[in-house]
Design a protein around this ligand. Structure first.
Ligand SMILES: *Cc1c(COP(=O)(O)O)cnc(C)c1O
Length: 366
């Protein structure tokens, strides 16, 4: 029994990868060991913040970095830091400000990733201003919205956003520079830790628990003067979003491992596991299986399991609901469930779990 089963909760097997609702990504043994040691020893916390920022910056190319409790906290604290600068009285006054502090984003970027991105802007004292239409923004829309009360531009890089008809990062950078405004990029779930700063963003935000497979944590990396102002928020609203030494050390270890990750080695392992699931289901005539690469072309391989309409009447939805049933729930990627297709992501799985998934599928289709 795992520790969640010990308190009467279902065991969950993740063939979907990186979903907050299911407890984030899986941390490695060495991240777990690091967190144990971090919790059992003491350090001057301000010095740890500064040193962690320095170390993480070597991976991001930022002038400095501030660690946060989540990417959401990173958004709120970035907005707060831009509004207050290093003025202690202003830091202590938040979330109140003298007048609206507008943060402009494209309407197609105003997404809900579990919570609205606009809520995090407000939490940091900002007033979100959405420009353009949900599927179309022009540079005019953006420039016409900029006024004396505007403090920043924000760009959300995410599969949640509308992808067509939006301004590019390059266009946002150009407008930000022309109007002397900082550009914040929320890249919470993205894999490349450098590219958005290289493109000209002033601040870039990542989640520690998504691609990086760290504990619940986040980071903001970029311009030194802004990072200093963001760190100061821990004397104000940031106190409610505290990350402790355990989270900081876990995040540091996760980034170090992530930067050493051999993508080819990981892809090879994923293909082996994907083949194992295909093999285990080879004699199950109600499904057809194949190994597929990630739609976005990343080095990620999954097993596609398609219900055979000639053999079974079960709908994709029904199939998924049965996979979710306890006592051991199986969660998979369900983007094509209307077509009777599930995709099983291998990154958080081992051989034993794949056997379990195959057996569960067979039992469901009996
Ligand atoms: C997940 C996500 C966040 C929030 O990340 P947390 O670390 O869970 O707070 C923010 N923005 C986008 C685009 C996301 O996908």
């Amino acid at each position: 029994m795992n520790i969640y089963e010990n308190i009467n909760l279902n065991k969950v097997i993740i063939g979907s990868c990186m979903m907050t609702a299911l407890g984030f990504s899986k941390i490695s043994d060495s991240v777990a060991t690091t967190m144990k040691e971090a919790g059992q020893n003491f350090v001057v916390i301000d010095e740890l913040f500064d040193r962690a920022g320095e170390l993480i910056s070597s991976f991001t190319g930022g002038e400095d970095t501030c660690v946060t409790s989540s990417a959401s906290a990173g958004i709120a604290l970035s907005v707060a830091g831009i509004i207050t600068g290093k003025n202690l009285a202003a830091v202590e006054m938040l979330p109140l400000t003298d007048g609206p502090k507008k943060v402009i984003l494209q309407k197609g970027h105003s997404v809900n990733y579990g919570a609205p991105v606009t809520t995090m802007i407000r939490l940091g004292g900002g007033t979100p201003v959405e420009v353009g239409q949900s599927n179309s923004t022009s540079i005019d829309h953006l420039e016409e919205a900029i006024d004396d009360e505007t403090v920043a531009l924000m760009y959300i890089k995410s599969h949640h956003c509308v992808q067509k008809g939006m301004l590019s990062i390059e266009e946002m950078v150009e407008v930000a520079k022309k109007h002397n405004l900082p550009l914040i990029i929320d890249a919470a779930a993205e894999e490349d830790l450098k590219v958005y700063l290289e493109k000209g963003a002033d601040l870039v935000i990542y989640s520690g628990a998504k691609a990086l497979c760290g504990p619940a944590s986040g980071l903001v990396t970029g311009r030194k003067d802004l990072i200093d102002a963001i760190k100061m928020q821990y004397k104000g609203i940031g106190r409610a979003m505290k990350i402790g030494k355990v989270g900081i050390m876990g995040l540091l270890k996760a980034i170090e491992e992530y930067s050493n990750l051999d993508l080819m080695e990981s892809a090879k392992r994923q293909k082996e596991l994907a083949k194992l699931l295909c093999d285990r289901l080879a004699d199950e005539e109600n499904v057809t299986t194949s190994i597929v690469q990630d739609e976005a072309g990343r080095e990620i391989y999954r097993t596609k399991v398609m219900l055979n309409p000639d053999k079974t009447d079960m709908s994709g939805k029904e199939f998924l609901a049965k996979l979710h049933e306890g006592p051991i729930e199986v969660h998979v990627r369900k983007h094509y469930i209307n077509l009777g297709i599930i995709n099983v992501d291998m990154r958080a799985l081992n051989e034993e779990e794949i056997d379990f998934i195959a057996t569960k599928i067979k039992d469901i289709l009996k």
